[in-house]
Design a protein around this ligand. Structure first.
Ligand code: CMC
Length: 435
């Protein structure tokens, strides 16, 4: 195989040693088209050559202009803007607009956008009944996934995915209602009455109000905590083709309505290797319990008895830029809430892991989830709400990626191939003949 460098040719020549035939396939964007390999056959009747890539380790499934990541350099940009600048200069709603429409909003656009989102924060009374039907100890993420799916039954016209007005409405509704569903799931699990949205408050301020308001006539969020959560939503808003976004795109590629696709994305996020990792980090810290147990825990991880949760990333192999921002944010939050006592454990785990050969060799560093859970816990969010918080932030990214996918004329229904290794044809024995 030869890829041309100085020759000026952007092609790849492949020689099939089974037949001695050579094929030249174009290289575009440092990529070859997998279907170009189908011409490579031994016999005319053959299916043609495929690539085998479990977990999409080296396969691009789309062209995208939303998010750029350079995992080796620790770079994350939304629509070209560095995550550090967005976290410092923008609100979550500005970033959500940026992700979906491609540019930051000007003042007028932002006012209109915020008004649209705000007027869609309320949910139908029947959603509350649905919530009430869950068991008292139902995981809030399970409730979130289910109620996002249920929204599709309230807005059946959202299935007209080519209709731009419908798409806009879906953006407003899903971004507006995600915090309401999240807060209602929490209130249900604590047996507290639901708190209606307060549209005088900011997006995040209103979410905190729906979560934590008890008897005060007007809930006033602490400005530092409000800002911190806003930044956390920004950091979680998109991350190109991660597991849940791939689920959003893959399920959406069947042209199902976007609520159903967002429910599938939320379900993917629920897993402990993805959005459930921040909850798992806290459980891990609880399990370790004290500083003297840290070396033993690290030893166990190295022996394959579990993972150091909040460490490692498929893409980042140097540092996760979100983790650096979160570490700084933690200091500001702890000044208000008091220091989370588990911080010392986390710092010690990080210190030991970062100088251990096992972690260095495998390029395992703290990811976004390592410290975010500590902040959430200090802000009085129960562990089970952590993945739900991730989902609120990620909703705008899912929608941006979904919108890009449905407008992309190169996309079709997602349908991977397989390598079949099962039986050849065999006859079904009668029940009496089976061993
Ligand atoms: N602790 C211990 N060993 C690890 C860890 C970890 N957290 N992560 C990876 N490894 C080891 C793994 O055992 C393997 O070792 P070996 O080569 O000896 O078999 C090697 O590192 C490569 O791991 P991998 O599983 O092939 O890597 P991956 O790219 O498939 O997995 C990951 C990425 C994030 C799923 C994984 O690092 C992990 O499970 N981390 C813990 C869970 C976590 O924190 N997830 C949050 C990810 S960031 C937020 C998000 O995007 O959702």
């Amino acid at each position: 195989m030869l890829a041309s460098g100085d020759t000026g040719k952007s092609t790849l020549t492949i020689t099939d040693n089974r037949t001695g035939k050579s094929y030249e396939v174009p290289i575009t964007h440092e990529t070859i088209h997998a279907t170009d390999l189908r011409q490579i056959k031994v016999n005319v009747d053959d299916f043609g050559l495929m690539t085998y890539d479990p977990a999409f380790m080296n396969t691009a499934s789309c062209k995208s202009t939303v998010t750029y990541i350079d995992g080796d350099k620790g770079i994350l940009r939304y629509r070209g803007y560095p995550i550090e600048q967005l976290a410092e200069r923008c609100t979550y709603l500005e970033v959500a607009y940026l992700l979906i429409y491609g540019e930051l909003p000007n003042k007028t656009q932002l006012t209109e956008w915020a008004a649209h989102i705000t007027t869609h924060t309320f949910v139908h009374e029947n959603i509350k009944k649905l919530m009430d039907g869950f068991h008292h100890d139902a995981h809030p993420m399970g409730m979130f996934v289910s109620t996002v799916a249920a929204l599709s039954t309230f807005y059946p016209s959202a299935k007209h995915i080519a209709d731009h007005k419908e798409r806009e409405l879906t953006f407003y509704r899903l971004i507006g209602k995600a915090p309401t569903l999240a807060a209602f799931a929490y209130r249900h699990s604590t047996g507290m009455p639901f708190v209606h949205p307060d549209n005088d408050l900011s997006y995040v301020g209103n979410f905190l109000n729906m979560m934590f308001r008890i008897a005060e006539p007007k809930y006033q969020p602490h400005p530092i905590l409000e800002k911190a959560l806003d930044v956390l939503f920004i950091l979680h808003a998109d991350h190109e083709q991660n597991c849940s976004t791939s689920a959003m795109r893959s399920v959406g590629s069947s042209h199902v309505d976007p609520y159903s696709a967002a429910a599938a994305a939320s379900a993917a996020l629920y897993g402990p290797l993805h959005g459930g990792a921040n909850e798992a980090v806290l459980h891990m810290l609880d399990e370790i319990g004290s500083l003297d147990k840290v070396p033993g825990f690290i030893r166990d991880v190295k022996e394959g008895k579990g993972r150091l949760m909040g460490f490692g990333h498929r893409v980042y192999k140097n540092f996760d830029p979100r983790a650096s921002i979160i570490k700084r944010l933690a200091d500001q939050v702890f000044e208000v809430t008091g220091r989370n006592p588990k911080l010392d454990l986390a710092l010690e785990l990080e210190r030991i892991a970062l100088q251990d050969d096992y972690f260095i060799k495998r390029k395992l560093y703290p990811n976004v989830d390592f410290y975010s859970g500590l902040i959430y816990q200090a802000m009085k969010f129960p562990d089970q709400m952590f993945p739900v918080l991730f989902a609120i932030g990620r909703m705008s990214g899912w929608l941006a990626q979904w919108s890009e996918m449905v407008s992309d004329t190169e996309q079709k229904i997602a349908r991977p191939r397989q390598i079949y290794l099962g039986y050849g044809k065999r006859d079904v024995p009668m029940l009496s003949q089976r061993q």
